[in-house]
Structures are given as structure tokens and as C-alpha cells.
Design a protein around this ligand. Structure first.
Ligand code: GTP
Ligand code: MG
Length: 258
């Protein structure tokens, strides 16, 4: 009895991405079924939500379709972080603390990505996040279970007519991440870091994805324990009616990774 009373740490999903991408809107949508108006976040916030009854969770994998016994849908915790450049330490530190971290939703504004500045800002942030996950995985390798983590790239604001479709969001970011990687590795060489004896290892550990590869592809992250999927979404359920958030695209990914 006592054991049951101890609150289990909830599976946690982290929301991060540039300011204005729609993280807080997505949080309110997933938690309440409808999006609420938001302000630029200045501090992290959490919401506890239960998986909608229509979402299959990974726990259902071995359930028969004919099993009619009632099942309780798992609850999860969403952790929203501020995207502003000066407040990103919240997002970065959240990556290292929760042991119950099940996955990461990197939210982007798909309309902003058609501008060069928007693309660069988003890619630089994503680069930092992915490199951190890669390093986390490398360090985890010395222990028995390397820390693998799934990432959902949320191509948000698909309702905006200047938005890039999800597939293009993915390929544009891959291309831009390749450029960031090029710039960073050049920066390392120029600064003299990585020029000494064990320098090569240094350079290799700060290189995102497949070392030495020409272009960057998200698939290169798989060997570093990062499985990335892309989904196109919108948080403004125009014309979709009430309860749209219950059937939101993000849920099936969350369910599969609980
Ligand atoms: P920070 O807290 O600054 O990091 O930003 P955020 O990622 O939390 O963005 P937020 O959720 O506050 O959304 C920013 C603005 O974009 C708000 O005015 C939202 O209403 C709007 N927005 C969010 N999602 C969508 C969407 O799917 N479509 C459209 N058209 N607008 C959206
Ligand atoms: Mg916010």
C-alpha cells in the first residue's frame, strides 16, 4: 500500500525552441484541449496531462484489440521553457536534470524559416540542443545504458499561408545545421582548440552527427541515440471545433514514447 502512495515521477516531455514558435500555445492546447492566449515566457512552467483516450500508449503494445477491460491512460508532465536567447539556460539545464525525461519536442515557426535570419537562429538553437543530447549519449555509454532520447520536430503554424510544409522544414534545417557545423568546426581550428595532441578527439566530440560527413542529415543522429521525427501542426484549430487538442498530431508520438 505504501508503495502505491509514493508518487511516481511522471514521464516528462520537454518543450523547447525559439521564442514565438508556439511552445506555450501547444502546452495549453495539449493540457486543456483548446489553446489559450500566451505571453512571451520568462520562466519554465509545467502542465500535467492525461493521454487522450484515443491515443495508444506504448503500454498498449501487448494488449489485444479485443481486450475490453478498462485501462487507465497514463499521465505525463509537459515542461515548457522560454525560447528567448537570454533565457535558454532554462531549456538547456532542463535537458540534464529530469531522469524521467522521455522525449523532447522542438517547436519551430514554419513561416519564420523562409527568412534567412529565422532559419539561422532556429538552426543554431537546434544544433546546441542536438549536440548536448549527443554528448549526453556518449557519456552515458560508459554506464550500462546509454541515454537515448527521441525528438519530435514540430513544424508549427501550418495554418499560416507562408509556412513551409513539414518536409521542407526538415530539409532546410538539415542543410542549415550542416552550415552551422562547418562554421563551428572552423571556429575550433582557428582558435587553436583541437590543434594539440588530443585535439582531434576534441574536435570530434563537438562535431554533430557523422564525423567528417559532408552534409548533415537527421538520420546521422541515430547512432548517437537521437531518433528524430517531424510533424506538421498548428495550435490554432480554426474551423476544427472544440476539443481539437485531444486529437492533436503530437499525441500519437507522445503516446508511443511514454
Ligand atoms: P516564448 O515563450 O517566447 O518562447 O514563445 P512560445 O514558443 O511560447 O510562443 P507562444 O506559444 O507564446 O506563441 C507565440 C505566438 O504565436 C502567439 O501569439 C500565438 O497565438 C501564436 N501561435 C502559436 N501557434 C500558432 C499556430 O499554430 N498558428 C498561428 N497562426 N499562430 C500561432
Ligand atoms: Mg512561451
Amino acid at each position: 500500500l505504501y508503495k502505491r502512495a509514493v508518487a511516481k515521477e511522471l514521464p516528462t516531455f520537454l518543450l523547447l525552441g525559439p521564442s514565438g514558435a508556439g511552445k506555450t500555445s501547444l502546452l495549453t492546447l495539449l493540457a486543456n484541449g483548446t489553446p489559450s492566449p500566451t505571453h512571451t515566457s520568462q520562466a519554465p512552467q509545467t502542465a500535467i496531462c492525461q493521454l487522450p483516450s484515443t491515443t495508444r500508449s506504448s503500454e498498449d503494445k501487448y494488449r489485444s484489440e479485443n481486450d475490453t477491460s478498462s485501462r487507465s491512460q497514463p499521465s505525463i508532465q509537459l515542461l515548457d521553457t522560454p525560447g528567448h536567447g537570454k533565457l535558454r539556460h532554462h531549456a538547456i539545464s532542463s535537458l540534464t536534470f529530469p531522469t524521467a525525461l522521455k522525449g523532447l519536442l522542438f517547436v519551430v515557426d514554419s513561416a519564420v524559416l523562409s527568412s534567412a535570419a529565422g532559419l539561422t537562429e532556429t538552426a543554431e538553437f537546434l544544433y546546441d540542443v542536438l549536440l548536448l543530447l549527443q554528448k549526453r549519449h556518449t557519456q552515458g555509454k560508459t554506464s550500462k545504458t546509454p541515454l537515448a532520447i527521441p525528438v519530435l520536430l514540430v513544424a508549427n503554424k501550418q495554418d499560416v499561408f507562408t509556412s513551409l510544409p513539414a518536409g521542407l522544414v526538415k530539409s532546410k534545417l538539415e542543410e542549415e545545421l550542416g552550415k552551422v557545423r562547418q562554421t563551428r568546426s572552423k571556429g575550433l581550428l582557428d582558435s587553436g582548440i583541437g590543434m594539440d595532441d588530443d585535439g582531434e578527439a576534441d574536435e570530434e566530440s563537438s562535431w554533430l552527427g557523422e564525423y567528417g560527413a559532408n552534409g548533415f542529415k537527421f538520420a546521422q543522429m541515430r547512432e548517437h541515440g537521437v531518433d528524430l521525427e517531424v510533424v506538421g501542426t498548428s495550435t490554432s484549430g480554426e474551423g476544427e471545433g472544440e476539443g481539437e487538442g485531444r486529437g492533436h498530431e503530437c499525441w500519437s508520438w507522445i503516446g508511443a514514447n511514454v
